[in-house]
Design a protein around this ligand. Structure first.
Ligand code: MFK
Length: 541
């Protein structure tokens, strides 16, 4: 009989994820974990089952922009894919944003929220993008304390009712660029009806959101990010018409193709200032911090998906007389991927936990000082890892990984956005240099490494812990040596960022392994030792 290869299959993506289960058992009080586990299990079953099947079945569907109705009226209607419509309801019902704002899990709210996200995100076709911005918008409105806007938008942004829930856009990028936001050309003018915006937003993710936070320059303001102001706008008027907006076209992108990223022309959109009429870049920073956090957790989740598929494949695929899972070299390749995702998960969840502690007033001064740099490090490190791991996963499948109807190439295409949007690796590395100049940031970050390393006692982990400490010492020495040399500092910023990110990952992984050993579980040893071998991108050649 002719041979047909069985495809890879997934089971329950909560039950099958040993690392996430171990991490939550350590990070959450037992009663919190008990309360949330049924929901994790439910999402895990959907993620590895029905949603995954839907994702494959809808592989070729993409959102469509319909600009005119049959009679020539301009309608600019975006028709979403079915899975996206379902993801919106599922996200609301399971509180993928709301959980972060509810009181029932106290300072653990962010950990619980991101655990739910991690389990289901790889099967949601990047619906995480509008959710990330929704979360960022909620945080930004709260931080600015603009009570009328908070009262109007927050209950909708954090609603668990699919019929009431809103998502938000984050409208920053213009033709002038995505990184140098201060060059934005959108103008805000005061009119008898209030502020109105004119300009073009060039990369507006999730053009279907009910609201957006947008940067615009009030007329008469000076140049740069300081001359911009942060505005709130609703995309539709009360009668359902667009609020002075036109969707010019959807972007044709390498990946994230389910995501209707649009060029949006603002033609007098009514908008409300969120805060002062200047300092817009600083004013939108809470949004950036939250979306970067989402980016990191989604990177870790994507890596988990890649590893899970390869793991299953190894059991089903027989070559050279044995399943791949029995081949030492294949097992070694898989271990390398698991090592990377171990570091990515632990660092992104540490950043999430810290964010939650800061938000609830539970952070120590050192934690609060480290938060901004830690989020940057989590984003810039995990984004690069996600692409490498997705690429490796495709290679594990050989030709099948390169063929579209297996659904596998999407893993790589969708991963490639993670180091790009929300700040490229280089831009975030430069911002890291600025963040490290904040009072207490360097010391706070140092404590993020020394704390976990102090917990490590097992001799088997010592070489890995020493490698983490060495990388951090190396980074510190380099920072001292380059003080007063702006060119050298700038040129080394990415290597500094990746060195610190990987050192932190290794430190957290050692502490995780030690805590597991203390409970009689040796599983994390191999990935941690492997992570140590991968080393850090050292600053010096
Ligand atoms: C999977 C889910 C992922 C979610 C997907 C969402 C998709 C959305 C698609 C997008 O919209 S992507 C667009 C994202 N764009 C960016 O991330 C912008 C990248 N560029 C930067 O981050 C630049 O560094 C920056 C625009 C901030 C540079 O602009 P400026 O005008 O030169 O700002 P500057 O001088 O660095 O910072 C201005 C102020 O803000 C400073 O404060 P002071 O005025 O008091 O000195 C900064 O300290 C402060 N600031 C900047 N970033 C901050 C921050 N404060 C706190 N946290 C931060 N992260």
């Amino acid at each position: 009989m002719a041979f047909f290869q069985e495809p890879p299959r997934l089971g329950n993506e909560w039950e099958g994820d040993a690392l996430l289960r171990e991490h939550l058992a350590l990070a959450l009080p037992p009663d919190v974990l008990r309360e949330v586990e049924p929901e994790l299990r439910e999402l895990g079953a959907l993620s590895g089952g029905a949603l995954l099947e839907r994702q494959l079945a809808e592989r070729r569907l993409e959102p469509e922009l319909v600009s005119f109705d049959p009679w020539g009226h301009r309608i600019d209607e975006v028709r979403l894919t079915p899975l996206w419509r379902e993801a919106a309801a599922l996200a609301a019902r399971h509180g993928l944003v709301a959980t972060g704002y509810e009181d029932r899990f106290g300072p653990h709210a962010r950990t619980v929220q991101f655990a739910l996200l991690h389990v289901v995100e790889p099967s949601l076709d990047l619906y995480s993008c509008p959710l990330a911005m929704t979360d960022g918008a909620a945080r930004t409105l709260l931080d600015h304390g603009n009570q009328p806007l908070v009262a109007r938008a927050l209950p909708r942004l954090t609603s668990r009712d699919p019929a009431a829930a809103w998502t938000s856009g984050q409208w920053m990028t213009e033709r002038t660029g995505g990184s140098d936001v201060g060059r934005a050309e959108t103008e805000a003018r005061q009119t008898p009806e209030g502020w109105r915006l004119w300009g073009t937003k060039w990369f507006s993710s999730a053009a279907t959101s009910e609201m957006a936070l947008a940067l615009a320059r009030p007329e008469g303001n000076g140049p740069g990010g300081k001359g911009l102001a942060l505005f709130y706008l609703e995309t539709r008027l009360p009668d359902g018409r667009w609020n002075g907006l036109r969707l010019e076209r959807l972007k044709e992108k390498l990946g994230t193709r389910k995501l209707p990223t649009a060029e949006v022309a603002l033609e007098g959109a009514l908008a409300t200032p969120v805060a002062a009429l200047s300092g817009g870049v600083k004013a939108i920073a809470p949004m950036l911090n939250i979306t970067r956090l989402w980016n990191s957790v989604c990177a870790a989740a994507g890596m988990r998906r890649a590893v899970a598929l390869v793991e299953d494949w190894g059991r089903r695929r027989v070559a050279f007389r044995a399943p791949l899972a029995e081949k030492p070299l294949h097992r070694d390749t898989l271990l390398g991927m698991e090592a990377e995702r171990t570091g990515a998960l632990l660092l992104s969840f540490r950043a999430a936990a810290l964010q939650g502690r800061v938000e609830r007033g539970a952070a120590t001064p050192a934690e609060a000082a480290a938060r901004r740099a830690l989020v940057l490090l989590a984003k810039l490190t995990t984004g690069k890892q996600a692409v490498a791991v997705a690429s490796e996963a495709l290679e594990c499948f050989g030709g099948a990984g390169y063929v579209e109807d297996t659904g596998l190439p999407r893993l790589l295409r969708d991963a490639q956005v993670l180091p790009i949007w929300e700040g490229t690796t280089d831009v975030l590395s430069l911002e890291l240099l600025r963040a490290l100049r904040e009072p207490g940031a360097g010391e706070g970050l140092a404590a993020e490494l020394s704390g976990p390393l102090a917990a490590v006692r097992d001799p088997a982990l010592r070489p890995a812990a020493e490698a983490a400490a060495r990388a951090a010492a190396h980074a510190r020495a380099w920072l001292s040596a380059t003080a007063g040399q702006p060119e050298a500092l700038e040129a080394g910023a990415r290597r500094l960022g990746l060195t610190l990110g990987r050192a932190l990952q290794l430190g957290l992984a050692c502490a995780h392994a030690q805590a597991c050993f203390d409970r009689g579980n040796q599983r994390p040893l191999a990935p941690v030792l492997r992570l140590a071998q991968h080393g850090a991108d050292l600053i010096h050649p």
